[in-house]
Design a protein. Structure first.
Length: 412
């Protein structure tokens, strides 16, 4: 990889920020990455169902080994390319074997890793900047939504106002709307400022203050989110400073082989930037489209009849809520947070796999019902839904998805 000598220190800083932040995020969600039987695994494809558990263990060891080799330590310099390639292969395999691992931060860092190893420094900086700006844009767009304004957005602004002794419910509806609109507006302003060299410094300040604000609001004195969310916001600030304060080095004329390798990173980022446009068509997952803190995603509501609760272990029934007609609702989101320290994957396809796991493993074929809720209407929050009350119906609905929804029943 070509790195001008006067930019080597800045380049090493960027790579160091990426690798250290990535290691910390992996450690804060380590239970998600290790083979485990506390929560179902739903592979991305049928191929993932065929992979034995010991391969996941090897992949985790290779993942951490590869990341350690990418650290900006002099003795590791000769092994950095090997480390990056090991990391990419391991991460891809771990995504394949459980789509739950496609957390937005993991997806972001994976994309950055591909760019860092395939592109020369000038091109890499440009592509990662484009990726970061697109995250802010798509995240803002996802918040311009009825569900966000009446749920998560209201909670976020309500928490901020609570810090200064104000109650969001004391404001009239138009004022609530204006206050909540500050959140997506800030992301769009940050994205716009980061696009131009003259305003980039201001953009770094705006984006950094936004992330620090989220850290406070989502932290233990606010909404009490999991550590990974807080670490990701701090990591974003570090990456912003390392990435956007760096001068882009002049490009050299690339050799044909280098140009072909660089094209890999370029194509990957361009696909990642374009793919979120297809979310409304059902061709892109909510997190892959950077739907952050936006609850309009598709989902599943899973209920079990009282008579069959004894079939389930206590660590699952702990998350039951009252329903009607002799059924109780199992909170799949709370179950995920408790067992893996990570939020549930916000996609009906994946959650259908969770339901199928529970039905098959705990013999609930005659004692469950569930509702598959499609993505909500952006303007009024309404959703189409499908009710499922038989196992055959569940399997038929699962066939609608082009991505796998069948869980591993033999979790390690």
């Amino acid at each position: 990889m070509f790195i001008p000598s006067n930019h080597r220190e800045s380049w090493q800083l960027l790579r160091g920020c990426w690798s250290v932040s990535h290691l910390i995020l992996l450690l804060t969600t380590i239970k998600l990455w290790l083979p485990q039987n506390a929560f179902p695994q739903v592979p991305l494809s049928d191929l993932g169902l065929l992979c034995p558990v010991w391969m996941q263990t090897l992949a985790v060891l290779a993942l951490f080994s590869g990341l350690i080799l990418t650290l900006p330590v002099k003795r590791f310099e000769r092994y950095q390319i090997v480390g990056m390639l090991t990391y990419i292969a391991s991460m891809a395999f771990l995504f394949l074997t459980d789509q739950h691992r496609l957390q937005p931060w993991a997806y972001q860092f994976f994309l950055i890793g591909i760019v860092l190893v395939t592109c020369e420094s000038a091109r890499a900086i440009e592509l990662v900047r484009l990726l970061v700006i697109s995250i802010y844009v798509y995240s803002a767009i996802s918040k311009i939504d009825f569900q966000f304004y009446h749920t998560t957005g209201k909670d976020l602004i309500g928490t901020i106002l609570g810090f200064v002794g104000l109650d969001i419910n004391s404001f009239v509806e138009p004022m609530k709307t204006y206050l909540i609109s500050v959140l997506p507006a800030t992301e769009l302003v940050a994205a716009g400022l980061l696009c131009f060299s003259r305003t980039r410094k201001t953009g770094i300040w705006v984006a950094s203050l936004m992330h620090f604000g989220l850290f406070v609001v989502l932290g233990p004195f606010g909404l009490g989110h999991m550590p990974a969310v807080l670490v990701w916001n701090l990591a974003f600030v570090v990456l912003l400073i390392a990435l956007f304060k760096m001068e882009v080095p002049l490009r050299r004329r690339a050799r044909s082989g280098d140009a072909q390798v660089s094209m890999i990173g370029t194509v990957v980022v361009m696909i990642a930037v374009a793919l979120p446009v297809t979310e409304s068509l059902g061709r892109c997952d909510h997190w892959i489209a950077w739907g952050l803190y936006s609850p309009r995603n598709s989902r599943v509501v899973f209920e079990v009849h009282d008579r069959y609760l004894a079939n389930l272990p206590a660590e699952i029934t702990y998350f039951k809520h009252s329903s009607e007609g002799g059924f109780v609702t199992l909170d799949l989101d709370a179950w995920s947070l408790s067992q893996l320290w990570a939020p549930n994957y916000p996609q009906a396809r994946f959650q259908l796999g969770l339901a199928r796991y529970l039905v098959e493993k705990y013999d609930l074929q005659d004692g469950f019902r569930m509702y598959v809720l499609e993505m909500s209407n952006r303007m009024n929050g309404s959703r189409d839904s499908i009710q499922i009350a038989t196992f055959d119906r569940l399997k038929n609905v699962a066939k609608r998805y082009s991505v796998n929804s069948i869980p591993r029943i033999d979790n390690p």
